[in-house]
Design a protein around this ligand. Structure first.
Ligand code: TRP
Ligand code: ZN
Ligand code: CA
Length: 440
């Protein structure tokens, strides 16, 4: 009996497997992705522009009691400054409100139109300072680096494969509050579309180190590659894992990465030997203090880290997106295959689809058998045309055929009954069709 059940399914593993199969004929390889032609290189981010944002954050703090803290006017003014730049650059911006410690907090989220809506690359920074200072390194620096990268995306009119989303978080200094609100109030269907989150909290420390978060291997390698390319050694970030907004994304199962130039911890002599600066002194002696002003920034560190953000956004944003889900028609009823006998079939019925079948129709075959070399397997289209998936080969003594074949079925009408036809053409070993699946 036929169980033709259309359902949505992730096709990642299936396609990866199909790419390994060369024997099926007629079959086509998966279509090459746009990234095969090579992503455009990221532009150099002008550090003068990044510093101009820091000057604005400093002025905002100075005009608002010396800080840009959650619940204080300097926070909202910082957000309005960034939002105006992003709106003018063509971003779709959203201000998300939350409440913390008796005050209203705000996240700023900026979406760059285009890219795959189901494959979202995010980069973010906390925009609030502590109340004791203007927070120019912590975290005007990350906020400005992410902002200038977003503006560079607009200047380039970048058309990445992925959808790009930039975010500035409120109330990080109260315990990662804004980003937690964002992640935890987001519908899980939206959350699962975020394929990576990059965090930038303190990237211009005055006695800098070059630290890369040791988390998702692809994000980590992409950031490290930038520094390797400019000959700057990096270390793994260890000054408090989970002490910034990426922790909320990581807790939700989203791959995370990021950069950091150091806070209150002291630079070792080995670190000073490779990076310069002063051993036995904090990476940031003004961490969480009123002296965290525009004088509390190392321009070289700010420059390199801003360029690294752009490198990561350009590189990761251009990577092929995960293949789209498909509609699956599956028959899981077992069909026994007689030894050295007549062909048997398992079928699925496709209804309600317009036009022809895809040029990369995925055919999932799960046959349990004690000598798969005995088996000849075809896909039979509704009109009877057959596509050979596998020939017999007496010497192939392995068990089972558990494969996903890719067939160019674009000459076939999609609707109708499709069959998997299996014949055992040699004596002794036997088996059965466990399941047969088509993914449109
Ligand atoms: N997030 C901390 C703050 O804003 C700074 C910090 C300490 C940090 N250790 C870290 C940031 C490690 C990123 C990674 O006060
Ligand atoms: Zn911080
Ligand atoms: Ca047999």
């Amino acid at each position: 009996m036929s169980l033709s059940v259309p359902r949505r399914t992730a096709a990642v593993a299936v396609l990866a497997l199909a790419g390994l199969l060369g024997a099926a004929a007629p079959a086509t390889a998966a279509a090459p992705s746009a990234a095969a032609v090579g992503p455009l290189a990221a532009p150099d981010i002008p550090v003068a522009n990044v510093k101009a944002h820091l000057t604005q954050f400093q002025s905002i703090a100075s005009a608002n009691g010396g800080n840009r803290a959650h619940g204080r006017p300097g926070y909202r003014a910082s957000l309005d400054y960034a939002k105006a730049k992003l709106d003018a650059a063509g971003y779709t911006t959203t201000v998300q409100q939350f409440s913390s410690n008796g005050a209203t907090g705000y996240n700023l989220v900026a979406d760059w139109p285009g890219g795959d809506p189901d494959d979202v690359l995010m980069a973010g920074a906390h925009l609030d300072s502590v109340s004791s200072g203007p927070g120019i390194n912590d975290n005007g620096s990350g906020s400005a680096g992410v902002l200038e990268t977003a503006l560079a995306v607009s200047r380039a009119q970048l058309e990445p494969t992925k959808h790009l989303r930039f975010a500035w978080w409120g109330a990080e200094e109260l315990g990662l509050v804004g980003s937690r609100h964002y992640v935890n109030t987001m519908p899980s269907a939206e959350r699962s579309k975020i394929s990576g989150y990059l965090n930038f909290d303190m990237i211009g420390s005055p006695n800098p180190g070059y630290f890369v978060y040791d988390d998702d291997p692809v994000l980590e390698a992409t950031l490290k590659d930038y520094f390797a390319g400019i000959g700057v050694p990096t270390e793994i970030e260890t000054e408090g894992d989970g002490r910034s907004d990426h922790a909320n994304f990581k807790n939700a199962g989203i791959p995370v990465g990021g950069l950091f130039t150091g806070a209150g911890r002291y630079k070792s002599s080995a670190q000073a030997a490779k990076w310069g600066g002063t051993a036995g002194q904090a990476f940031d002696r003004c961490y969480h203090r009123s002296c965290d002003t525009t004088s509390n920034i190392d321009d070289t560190a700010l420059d390199r880290n801003s360029d690294a953000i752009a490198h990561a956004v350009w590189t990761l944003g251009a990577e092929p997106t995960t293949p789209p889900d498909g509609d699956v028609y599956e028959n899981t009823a077992d069909v026994s295959i007689p030894d050295y006998g007549a062909a048997v079939t398992s079928s699925v019925t496709v209804t309600g689809r317009a036009g022809n079948a895809p040029s990369a129709l995925r055919v999932g075959v799960d046959i349990k058998h004690t000598w798969r070399g005995d088996l000849v397997i075809d896909l039979v289209a509704p009109d009877g045309s057959a596509y050979r998936l596998k020939n017999a080969s007496g010497g192939d003594s392995a068990d089972n055929v558990i494969e996903t074949y890719t067939v160019n079925a674009s000459d076939e009408t999609a609707n109708g009954t499709w069959q998997l036809r299996v014949q055992d053409v040699a004596r002794w070993d036997t088996g059965y069709v466990d399941s047969f699946r088509l993914t449109f």
